[in-house]
Design a protein around this ligand. Structure first.
Ligand code: NAD
Ligand code: UFG
Length: 340
């Protein structure tokens, strides 16, 4: 019988791409999402692309009444927990909201796992937990949690501790922590992607708003870093590759003996801000207006993953380039703003 996966935040950017990959691999998918940062149309787009409509509950993951209903009615083999708030700047202004949503969603799920005999949970963590560590590439066995600069990042670290402690204390409970690096790109159909409602903080959504004329130029935050072109280096991973990492992690966790495993999901390669701008210009035949501005507080010069562990233990192998991601993201945004 097909395994059933509860995907929290399954209509969001990474969740929606993962749901598609799960459906393509014959998993039964149940989504719970309160639409705080996504749109119900995404469900139709998933159905259009996959030919399957997953079961959907519009609810907050902290709502235990709804969770009880789902877990009573369906046998959940595993949970993939994407739901949460992720805007770094907002987390500084509203820390209690971020701690409440990002921690209490997990606690509610863990309670259900115990109550209904669900043994597996995969959690969306972040490269942010590496904090001020400067030893590159980042490997999973490094110390984490020191020098995290904002409440959003702290909630990721606290979730990691919580999930590890949960797995240790319970018999036969399994946890996989996935540390994402910088997801970019969109689905090839142009139907799914990332389009934040407010002025974006992250590089690619900002580039896209400039490319479609909603913002007039990009500011590159500093060109005086100790990197080849002076701009910061990050590990940008196509969201389709990232999504596939979850399918591989799911297959691992369903037969896992260990209590808790951690995997970096990136490409293992770094690209500078200017390399992204140039790749975007080249593949989309445009000339993105940009200025060089001051450094952004808290930015590390370089961040990139070692993906050897994911490669070896999950069979993870990213296939898309930053050029693919720039092309797919622009294709999505052009369709999305109705300018094509
Ligand atoms: P997203 O905002 O697009 O998706 C999150 C989804 O969760 C949204 O659909 C939102 O409506 C839903 N949601 C939020 N709070 C909820 C709640 N209380 N109950 C039910 N649904 C809720 O974000 P994303 O980029 O897809 O990120 C998914 C996960 O990955 C998040 O946990 C995020 O912190 C983590 N992550 C993202 C990045 C990134 O750069 N995108 C990097 C590292 C980690
Ligand atoms: N950048 C600019 N101009 C912009 C936006 C970003 O030059 O307008 C630069 C940044 O200085 C940085 C790079 O582009 O060098 C990437 O910045 P992002 O904000 O897109 O990504 P970060 O690596 O800074 O951080 C993001 C999330 C973190 C998360 C981390 C790893 O914001 O929460 O990815 O997952 F932890």
């Amino acid at each position: 019988m097909n395994k059933t996966v509860l995907v929290t935040g399954g209509l969001g950017f990474i969740g929606s791409h993962t749901v598609l990959d799960l459906l393509a691999n014959d998993y039964e998918v149940i989504i719970i999402d309160n639409l705080v940062n996504s749109h119900i149309e995404v469900l139709d787009h998933i159905a259009t692309i996959s030919g399957k409509k997953p079961l959907f509950f519009e609810a907050d993951v902290r709502n235990e009444e709804v969770l009880n209903k789902i877990f009573k009615e369906y046998h959940i083999d595993a949970i993939i927990h994407f739901a949460g708030l992720k805007a770094v700047g907002e987390s500084v202004k509203k820390p209690t909201l971020y701690y409440d949503v990002n921690i209490n969603t997990t606690l509610a799920l863990l309670k259900m796992m115990k109550k209904y005999n669900c043994h597996n949970i995969i959690f969306s963590s972040s490269a942010t937990v590496y904090g001020e560590s400067r030893e590159l590439p980042f490997t999973e066995n490094m110390n984490v949690g020191v020098g995290i600069k904002n409440p959003y990042g702290e909630t990721k670290y606290i979730n990691e501790l919580l999930l590890k402690d949960f797995a240790t204390s319970e018999d036969d409970m399994h946890v996989i922590l996935l540390r994402y690096f910088n997801p970019i790109g969109a689905h090839k159909s142009g139907l799914l992607g990332e389009d934040p409602k407010d002025i974006p903080n992250n590089l690619m959504p900002y580039v896209l708003k400039v490319a479609v004329g909603e913002l007039d130029h990009l500011t590159v935050f500093g060109d005086d870093y100790d990197t080849p072109d002076g701009t910061c280096i990050r590990d940008y991973i196509h969201v389709l590759d990232l999504a596939h990492g979850h399918v591989l992690a799911l297959s691992k966790i369903l037969g896992m003996k260990d209590k808790c495993e951690i995997y970096n999901l990136g490409t293992g390669k770094g690209s500078s801000v200017l390399e992204i701008v140039h790749a975007f210009n080249n593949v989309n035949h445009i000339k993105l207006p940009y200025v060089i501005g001051p450094r952004r507080e808290g930015d590390a010069a370089m961040s990139f993953a070692s993906i050897e562990k994911a490669r070896k233990e999950l069979g993870f192998e990213p296939i898309y380039t930053i050029e693919d991601a720039c092309l797919d993201a622009f294709n999505f945004i052009k369709k999305h703003v109705g300018k094509e």
